[in-house]
Design a protein around this ligand. Sequence first.
Ligand SMILES: NC(=O)c1ccc[n+]([C@@H]2O[C@H](COP(=O)([O-])OP(=O)(O)OC[C@H]3O[C@@H](n4cnc5c(N)ncnc54)[C@H](OP(=O)(O)O)[C@@H]3O)[C@@H](O)[C@H]2O)c1
Length: 268
Amino acid sequence: MKTSGQVVVVTGASSGIGFAIASLLSASGMKVYGLSRSKSTEKHDFTHIFADVTKKETLIEAATFIKQNEGSIDVLVCCAGIGIGGSVEETSETAYDKLFAVNVKGVFLTTKTFLPLLREGEGKKIINIGSVAGVLPVPYQTFYSMSKAAIQAFSEALNNEVRPFGIQVATVLPGDTKTAFTANREKNASSEGSLYAIREERSLKKMELDEQKGRDPRSVARIVFWLIKRKRLPIQVTVGFEYKLFVFLNRILPKRLVNWILYKMYGR
Ligand SMILES: NC(=O)c1ccc[n+]([C@@H]2O[C@H](COP(=O)([O-])OP(=O)(O)OC[C@H]3O[C@@H](n4cnc5c(N)ncnc54)[C@H](OP(=O)(O)O)[C@@H]3O)[C@@H](O)[C@H]2O)c1
């Protein structure tokens, strides 16, 4: 499929994976609008538009601007996301609400706002950034894992709602990726005498180390570019051989065994 000249909207484009996606697509000749609250300080060729995915009015303003300039869009990439860490028992409702406002409701509001423009376009693709944690839920990252599992369900159900309009929806599942996500993760302040403190700290430290030794965000961008070129989208793509293997093993091994392995890795 001809990709040059396609109009693409990428949320979360100021940093990490979203920045890598917006940069690669614009370098490949696509007209890219990167939506985020801040503008990247790194050199880039795509157009930044201020938008907070938790604030509907800012998304509508961005869509109005793009409609005036382009008339329609071809591809929507929902990448904006945040993480929180800590035990379920010690997570505040405020932290929970903030996470779901960005990672879940943000994807809903973005999709709702841009669907009319996407229906008018030619590419007709929605690519949502999920996570391997949505398939293999990680302790002390429970709510993050939940939010990413929600994105998979959202994408699969939506795919069948927009199929009659010729629109396809896919979820990309990155594993550990080296971005500012690690530093931006909000962690529970360990309460005095917490029963979780030691295990929680060990688990989050391991996760942080894995992320910082993780893949280059451009590896995710290359998958998104490949998806945009394809005529037919797969429902789900996992990034990287080792994560493809984990996702496959999760499908064939007994659930109890997989859950125990996750305990050994992140729960003890
Ligand atoms: N890094 C990993 O290991 C990893 C693994 C699997 C999946 N992911 C997923 O990949 C996506 C990107 O994460 P990343 O690793 O690239 O992290 P990152 O470097 O921290 O980037 C997060 C992006 O989301 C944007 N964002 C956050 N809140 C927003 C809001 N309310 N409205 C609009 N934009 C908002 C940020 O922009 P502003 O702050 O400027 O608004 C930033 O551009 C996330 O969905 C994450 O869950 C990451």
